[in-house]
Design a protein around this ligand. Structure first.
Ligand code: FES
Ligand code: FES
Length: 156
């Protein structure tokens, strides 16, 4: 039996009819067409599916869509403003923090949720947080540089 869920995505009210076992990742990608969130492992280990729910970076492959009633979700498609990339997106470009790019939406959203709470982190704190998202390409140095550049207020 389907359940009706009302929630917000990137500031816009959305309604979805979902089966009890449908994941938020599925709804975001297949029903809403927001394909920035990726399915990597499908079991909460890689972070490729990360979205921000009520301020927390969360693996959307582990979230049941039926449970997001009334919640505010931000995906990578929602963080730029006025046609401009978000500073973290600009920094990822500038510091070559993406190679294949599969991990980048999740990385950027993890970094955003973290910096929104802690705008002046140490590099060690950034390293700890970013380890929750797996990248097979960059070796992480460029990713850490990009996040630290934003934390330090450098222009991307
Ligand atoms: S696909 Fe969700 S954590 Fe890997
Ligand atoms: S850039 Fe390829 S997995 Fe991170």
């Amino acid at each position: 039996m389907n359940v009706t869920v009302n929630f917000k995505v990137n500031g816009r009210d959305r309604t979805a009819q979902v089966e009890p076992k449908t994941t938020l990742l599925y709804v975001i990608r297949e029903d809403l067409g927001l394909i920035g969130a990726k399915e990597g492992c499908g079991k909460g280990e890689c972070g490729a599916c990360t979205v921000i729910i009520n301020g927390d970076a969360v693996p959307s492959c582990l979230v049941l869509a039926a449970g997001v009633e009334g919640k505010e979700i931000i995906t990578i498609e929602g963080i730029g403003e006025n046609g401009r990339l978000h500073p973290l997106q600009e920094a990822f470009v500038k510091y070559h923090a993406s190679q294949c790019g599969f991990c980048s939406p999740g990385m950027i959203l993890t970094a955003k949720a973290f910096l929104d709470r802690k705008p002046d982190p140490t590099e060690e704190e950034v390293r700890d947080v970013m380890m929750s998202n797996l990248c097979r390409c960059t070796g992480y140095e460029k990713i850490i540089e990009a996040v630290m550049a934003v934390a330090n207020g450098e222009d991307a």
